[in-house]
Design a protein around this ligand. Structure first.
Ligand code: ZN
Length: 209
């Protein structure tokens, strides 16, 4: 009951904000750190697959290559004060997590997080063991980990893109384009993005006074 009331109040606060009403095209930025140096074609294809999954949920992603030693990347990756930026780092394998095959999202006890790692060795292994292509797998892994960052704690579900374990069944669903965010998850992502957006706009407006 308390939870329902809290959500209702947040809804009213956000609806009452002029900056919330003006945000007709919810979007966020993803800074990509390609530590493994996967090919630009594979990276772009993966990003377009992850982007499509978010687009189907109603959100646009601006992708930025922030790989070290790319001068232009470093300049752009400073970002702007009003943007919502998350980071995805593609690394060879997990340094500490034995149970995580494909990636991990760093989410604090408050449910907030901004960085996820994708483990390329797990993706490569699954590519070798199945008929799925690496871009398809990496794109879906990126979408899943970004989902964790935007949905907070306990965000696995029994269906769709936020399923915890991926086996043959999920790979079939992946190939058919069935791994998506459901309505409840899409709404939760929208609420999270909107609340951060409103906070940023309010900060900017305060600075202008
Ligand atoms: Zn997960």
């Amino acid at each position: 009951m308390f939870r329902k009331i809290a959500i209702f109040i947040v809804g009213i606060v956000l609806w009452g904000s002029s900056s919330a009403r003006a945000w007709s095209n919810p979007m966020f930025t993803v800074n990509v750190y390609n530590d493994v140096r996967v090919s630009p074609a594979l990276l772009q294809h993966s990003e377009s697959i992850a982007g499509k999954i978010f687009q189907q949920a109603g959100f646009a992603i601006l992708w930025r290559d922030c790989t070290p030693n790319r001068v232009e990347g470093r300049q752009m990756c400073l970002g702007s004060r009003d943007e919502i930026a998350l980071a995805v780092r593609i690394i060879p394998h997990s340094l500490s997590l034995s149970g995580e095959a494909f990636g991990v999202a760093f989410v604090g006890s408050d449910g907030q997080g901004a960085q996820a790692d994708v483990f390329y060795s797990g993706i490569e292994q699954l590519t070798n063991d199945s008929s799925a292509n690496p871009a398809d797998i990496m794109g879906h892994v990126m979408a899943h980990e970004l989902g964790h960052l935007l949905l907070g704690l306990n965000s696995h579900s029994s269906l769709g893109i936020m399923q915890a374990h991926w086996n043959d069944r999920q790979l079939r669903q992946m190939s058919m384009g069935f791994l998506k965010f459901d309505k409840r998850q899409s709404e939760a992502i929208g609420t999270r993005l909107l609340s951060v957006h409103v906070m940023r706009q309010d900060e900017l407006e305060r600075r202008e006074y």
